[in-house]
Ligand binder design. Sequence first.
Ligand SMILES: C[S@@+](CC[C@H](N)C(=O)[O-])C[C@H]1O[C@@H](n2cnc3c(N)ncnc32)[C@H](O)[C@@H]1O
Length: 302
Amino acid sequence: MKKEKPSKTAYKVALNILALGAKPEMAGILPSGIVNATEKLLISSGVASAKTVRLYRSRRMVRVYEFFDWMMPGQFEGFACRKAFCERQVRQSIDAGARQVLVLGAGYDTMGWRLAPEFPNVNFFEIDHPATACLKALGIKEMGLRPNLYLIAEDLSERKLSDVLSDNVDWRLSAQTVIVAEGLLQYLSPVEVRDLFAQCAAITGECRIVFTYISTGEDGRPDCGPRTRLVLWLLKVGGEPWLWSVRPEELGQFLKSVGWINAPELEGAAGKHGVEMYAVATKSSRTDTEQGTEGDAANHSP
Ligand SMILES: C[S@@+](CC[C@H](N)C(=O)[O-])C[C@H]1O[C@@H](n2cnc3c(N)ncnc32)[C@H](O)[C@@H]1O
């Protein structure tokens, strides 16, 4: 990933959300208010012009996205399902008592900004690379700061999550927490992913982690569908290669080895959309973790 530049993939996700807003069938899937909030964020942060936003909110762009869906079938609408899945999980966790929400690699996601006023007794934290997080902070400032939304600019490849959060006076180790890693893990190396899960376990008490991931294909590379070779090449050339994937049948074992328990029963009917799999895990007790390290799960880099 080119660290000095704002994330292109975060921008692409945000543009995708705008285009999905121009598809009437998506109104029942997309979280309420997400399209307008994304538009505001892109414009107020200077990431996109009003003209670009207008273009992406048009039926014309829907047709363009639908045309390019041959590369990763289902991925266009998959972004609506992904946003809906993460927000549903966060809402359920808050209903179940979570008082902290942490979004890792938040990009131009607007969930924290939209939900913060609705849940004033919940603290929302977001972390992203400085190049992306600083632009977003400009936009949020103009859209209206939320007293319970904290944007943290850090590169998680360079600084441990536990160090980042222990420096933050508002982070509570004992608070029930939900962590979201949406569209992030594939960009990290296998070592970074293992470390991230272990760090997430270390900085929380009772906690649920909601994440998306790419399944490993038969050739050991991330499975991006029928055009895997082309897609992986384009991602690499674009400077944001996919590095981590795991076979769904090995996910439970992998999670166990890093201090988490796979909880597919909490997913609802989420499953897989486009090339991405959805998952939820809860934190395991120490004993579970110790047992988990005995049988380490395979995880793959291409
Ligand atoms: C594909 S984007 C997803 C953005 C957002 N989660 C969404 O789905 O709308 C991946 C995000 O992860 C961030 N990211 C990747 N590696 C990171 C790292 N090492 N530290 C912090 N952020 C990182 C990128 O800057 C980018 O914003």
